[in-house]
Design a protein around this ligand. Sequence first.
Ligand SMILES: Nc1ncnc2c1ncn2[C@@H]1O[C@H](COP(=O)(O)OP(=O)(O)OP(=O)(O)O)[C@@H](O)[C@H]1O
Length: 258
Amino acid sequence: MSATLTAAGLTVRYGGVRALSGVDLTVEPGTLVGLIGPNGAGKTTCIDALTGFASATGRVRLGGDDLTGLRPDVRARRGLARTWQAGELFGDLTVRENLLVAAGHRSWRQAITEFLGRSAPDPAAAEEALDLLGLREHAGTMPDELSHGTRKLVGVARAVASRPHVLCLDEPAAGLDAGESRELGERLRSVAGTGTGVLLVDHDMDLVLSACDSVVVLEFGEVIASGAPDDVRRDPRVVAAYLGGAAATPDDQQEARS
Ligand SMILES: Nc1ncnc2c1ncn2[C@@H]1O[C@H](COP(=O)(O)OP(=O)(O)OP(=O)(O)O)[C@@H](O)[C@H]1O
């Protein structure tokens, strides 16, 4: 299953703060797109706007499907999945059971079972996600027995188990060491290899620049650069955003947004 995610003119305001300003974004099937920027640049807001958790103007399309204005749960069923910065697992379920909760078809069969009020877990989707994220040996393990790095992989696997067209990941590498982060990058390439598009928000530059096919850079809610990782890395505006972003005070940022 594959479909291109396209956002056009995505804009979010929180009171007087423009958190996202006219953002255009495309995630093609089977590609990994990085979304980076200094703290407060609007990365999480962008995922919130794409997935329906923030009220936004602009358009969001998934293949031929216009998702604009739809509720988050509807967007998820149409194939747009996400993870959260602090994505907690179900503590009293094994890894496999955590994945089964999310696993399901978006087919006529699912539509009928939903209509009849029954959920339709798809064991094959859960097993596939276990393999894609390299978690088979942990399938029967409880979350509190796992390392932090493995728990983060389970969080990603849970979203993969819904067999999305596009998966938005909010800081999946937070708290990982360099080795774990490298493994995550390899696993995400495997996920993309199935045709799923992946939008990766993370502060780990090594991960984003090495794993992604292309990178979009936000500053103060606006796209300031996009393209191949090597080009983005050298872009003077990106270099300045990171150095300047660290120096800017919250008051400066507020002023720039309003
Ligand atoms: N619910 C909200 N209400 C008001 N302002 C918000 C809300 N969510 C985010 N903001 C503001 O919107 C701006 C963008 O925040 P966002 O969390 O999207 O940035 P980010 O790039 O994900 O930051 P970080 O890297 O620190 O997670 C910030 O100024 C933030 O304070």
